[in-house]
Design a protein around this ligand. Structure first.
Ligand SMILES: Cc1cc2nc3c(=O)[nH]c(=O)nc-3n(C[C@H](O)[C@H](O)[C@H](O)COP(=O)(O)O)c2cc1C
Length: 356
């Protein structure tokens, strides 16, 4: 049985974390991963459709409505997972300046935990990302008895996160789905460099989908793995089934070229599957008209993962590892397979390569 410091910190059986995937909901997925012995994570929700549109045209007037909307969505998600998961889980807050709702979300989460002992027991961790981890209101997370991890794409950011007082670092390389760094540093370089640079436990993310990936992460000195794309291709992931199929079909659909593309857009570099949406976003970014880029990003944001399932005109955020997936599986099977493969690898490697 593989046990690491991460299992103890999070109170879980296996050192496997489901990465958050906001603004899309990962509520059912989080419960399924936690029930499978891994660690499920509720994503930072986006605003409901009407409110998201209003905030663009009249931001000052719609701010309170936006904050209340996101608070309600997150509160509902937390209680849903608490009801459906028997084991600990976490949540993500994107702490960039584009998210003025964060201080209010922190207060709401702490209040809900204080009111509800079951939630207090299960909600162990907040993972902050995409912004400055030293913001004063984030300290309240640990003061309330929760752990705080921060995700980083570089050694520089890992050191800053350590100085800010977080409990562990999640290092995600350029292979990852969704937002990636401006400086392309890949997991195989990033993770060992971050492990060397900080004293805190490090979790490895970006491009991991199997037991060999877990063993590699452990060999680099990480205490566990963090997977987004692999868990999109799970039965419980609530993204539109057509978009999940696109991910597992990626290697067949793109036999001669990479299946994903990084486009800059308005909100920074993002890795998507190639389709009409991401190709046009790439072109618009080259042309540089920011209002057209923003409009295209907003129109396509939910078209593929949401109820429409429009896999050509909608954004399909996905990591490079899509090319290694061929099946949508139950979350439990994903977790069990990874643990079995990793244990087999750990036993077979010395026999294969160590001479006595
Ligand atoms: C659809 C999607 C949405 C994402 N949204 C978020 C997010 O809201 N917050 C965050 O910190 N990371 C987000 N990410 C990044 C993941 O948390 C994680 O770092 C990444 O998926 C790991 O790489 P992998 O996809 O190769 O497993 C997202 C990734 C995907 C694929």
């Amino acid at each position: 049985m593989i046990k690491t410091e991460l299992c103890k910190m999070l109170g879980v059986q296996y050192p496997i974390m489901q990465a958050p995937m906001g603004p899309y909901d990962t509520t059912e997925l989080a419960a399924a991963v936690s029930n499978a012995g891994g660690f499920g994570v509720v994503s930072h929700p986006g605003a409901s459709k009407g409110i998201a549109a209003k905030i663009l045209t009249s931001p000052a007037e719609s701010l309170d409505e936006l904050i209340e909307d996101v608070r309600t969505r997150m509160r509902n998600a937390l209680h849903w997972v608490k009801e459906h998961a028997d084991y600990p889980f976490g949540l993500n807050l994107r702490v960039a300046p584009e998210h003025p709702e964060v201080p209010s979300l922190v207060d709401m989460i702490i209040e809900e935990r204080e009111k509800d002992q079951d939630l207090k027991k299960k909600l162990r961790l907040i993972i902050t990302s995409a912004g400055d981890p030293s913001q004063a209101h984030l300290k309240k997370i640990q003061e309330a008895g929760m752990l705080r991890f921060h995700t980083v794409p570089s050694v520089y950011h890992a050191r800053k996160a350590e100085q800010s007082g977080v409990d562990a670092i999640v290092a995600t390389g350029y292979e990852a789905g969704g937002h990636v760094a401006y400086q392309p540093i890949h997991t195989i370089v990033l993770v060992p460099a971050v492990v060397e640079a900080v004293k805190l436990p490090v979790i490895a993310g970006g491009g991991i989908c199997d037991g060999a990936g877990l063993v590699a992460a452990l060999a680099f000195g990480a205490v566990g793995i963090y997977m987004g794309t692999r868990f999109i291709a799970s039965e419980e992931c609530e993204f539109n089934p057509r978009s999940k199929d696109e991910i597992v079909q990626a290697s067949k659909k793109f036999p001669k070229e990479a299946a994903t593309i990084v486009t800059e857009g308005i909100f920074g570099p993002l890795r998507h599957l190639k389709n009409a949406y991401s190709r046009k976003l790439y072109e618009l970014t080259q042309e540089g008209d920011r209002s057209k880029i923003l409009q295209w990003e907003i129109e396509g944001a939910y078209l593929a993962f949401g109820p429409e399932g429009d896999i050509e005109n909608g954004a399909i955020w996905s990591g490079q590892v899509a090319e290694r997936l061929d099946k949508i599986l139950p979350a439990k099977e994903i977790v069990d397979r990874i643990m079995k493969e990793a244990e087999e690898k750990l036993r077979s490697l010395p026999k294969k390569f160590l001479s006595s």
